[in-house]
Design a protein around this ligand. Structure first.
Ligand SMILES: NC(=O)c1ccc[n+]([C@@H]2O[C@H](COP(=O)([O-])OP(=O)(O)OC[C@H]3O[C@@H](n4cnc5c(N)ncnc54)[C@H](OP(=O)(O)O)[C@@H]3O)[C@@H](O)[C@H]2O)c1
Length: 252
C-alpha cells in the first residue's frame, strides 16, 4: 500500500478578507495543500471559513486566531500549528493596513502592522519553517513602497499620497532583502506585489469598482500559488509582480 504524500502546509495572515481570503480559497482547493487561514478576529475568520467551505465541500482548510501585532497571539498560533502539523512549508505574510492620514501614532501603527509584525511572525515560525523540506516565505508588499517611484514625477502614482503606507512598505521591502540574506540556503524569501486589486484596503472598494481599472484579487492569489509551488524559486530575494520581477527593486 502506498502512503499519500503529506500535504503542503501554507499559512496566510489576514486570511479573512481581500487578497488573503482569495489566497485561502485557492490554496484550500488544491488537493496537495492544507491551508491555515489566520484571522485576528475569530468571528470574521469563522465567517470567511464558512464561505469557503460552502462553495467547496472538499476544501482543506483550518482556522487559527492570529493578530500579527500581538506577541502572545503569535506564540499561541505557533504552538497550535506545531501541535497540529509539526511544520510549516509556506508562510504568506499578507495582513496589512493602509491609513490615509499621517501623524506620529498613525505612522507608528502602520509600521507596526506592515513591517515590524511580519518580521516577528517569520521569526516566530522559523523553527516550524526549518522543519520543511522546502520552506518559503512571502511578504505581500506594494509598488507604492518603491522609493524610485515616489521620487519620479513621471510615475503614474506620483500624485497619490499614501505617506505612511509607502514608508511602511519600503521598510518591508528592506526586511525582505535582509531575510533573504539571513536565511540564504535555508528558506526562499520573496517580496510580492499583488497588483492593484479590489479589496477593502483603505476603504477604497467602491472607488476601485467605479474606476474600473483595479482587478480581482483572484489573480493575486494565483501569483501566490505559483510562488508556493516553487515555480518562482529562481527569483528568491527579489521583488516579484504577478508575472515578472519588478524593475524597481535594484534601484530603490
Ligand atoms: N488591494 C490592493 O490593491 C493592494 C495592492 C498592493 C498591496 N496590497 C497588500 O495586500 C495585502 C492585503 O491587503 P488587501 O488589499 O487584501 O486588504 P484588506 O481587504 O483590507 O485585507 C487586509 C487583511 O489584513 C488583516 N489585518 C490587518 N491588521 C491585522 C493584524 N494586526 N493582524 C492580523 N490581520 C490583520 C485584516 O483583518 P481585519 O478584517 O480584521 O481588518 C484583513 O484580513 C496588504 O499587505 C496590502 O498592503 C494590496
Amino acid at each position: 500500500m502506498t502512503m499519500a504524500a503529506p500535504k503542503i502546509t501554507v499559512l496566510v495572515t489576514g486570511g479573512n478578507n481581500g487578497i488573503g481570503l482569495a489566497a485561502c480559497q485557492l490554496f484550500a482547493a488544491q488537493s496537495n495543500y492544507h491551508c491555515i487561514m489566520t484571522s485576528r478576529s475569530l468571528e470574521k475568520g469563522q465567517k470567511a471559513l464558512s464561505s469557503i467551505q460552502a462553495s467547496n465541500s472538499t476544501a482543506t482548510i483550518s482556522l487559527v486566531q492570529l493578530d500579527i501585532t500581538s506577541d502572545a497571539s503569535i506564540a499561541a498560533a505557533v504552538k497550535e500549528i506545531e501541535a497540529q502539523h509539526g511544520r510549516l512549508d509556506a508562510l504568506i505574510n499578507n495582513a496589512g493596513v493602509c491609513p490615509m492620514e499621517f501623524s506620529r501614532s498613525i505612522l507608528h501603527d502602520c509600521l507596526e502592522t506592515n513591517a515590524v509584525s511580519p518580521a516577528m511572525v517569520t521569526q516566530a515560525f522559523l523553527p516550524l519553517l526549518l522543519k520543511s523540506n522546502s520552506p518559503r516565505v512571502v511578504y505581500v508588499t506594494s509598488a507604492l513602497g518603491s522609493i524610485m517611484k515616489r521620487a519620479n514625477s513621471e510615475d503614474e502614482t506620483y500624485n497619490e499620497n499614501y505617506r505612511a503606507y509607502r514608508t511602511s512598505k519600503a521598510a518591508l521591502n528592506m526586511l525582505v532583502a535582509c531575510d533573504a540574506w539571513e536565511y540564504r540556503g535555508q528558506i526562499k524569501v520573496f517580496a510580492y506585489c499583488p497588483g492593484y486589486v479590489i479589496t477593502d484596503l483603505a476603504g477604497q472598494r467602491d472607488m476601485k469598482e467605479k474606476m474600473g481599472i483595479a482587478k480581482s484579487p483572484d489573480g493575486s492569489a494565483r501569483g501566490l500559488l505559483l510562488i508556493a509551488e516553487g515555480k518562482r524559486d529562481d527569483e528568491s530575494g527579489k521583488f516579484l509582480g504577478q508575472k515578472k520581477v519588478h524593475y524597481f527593486w535594484l534601484t530603490q
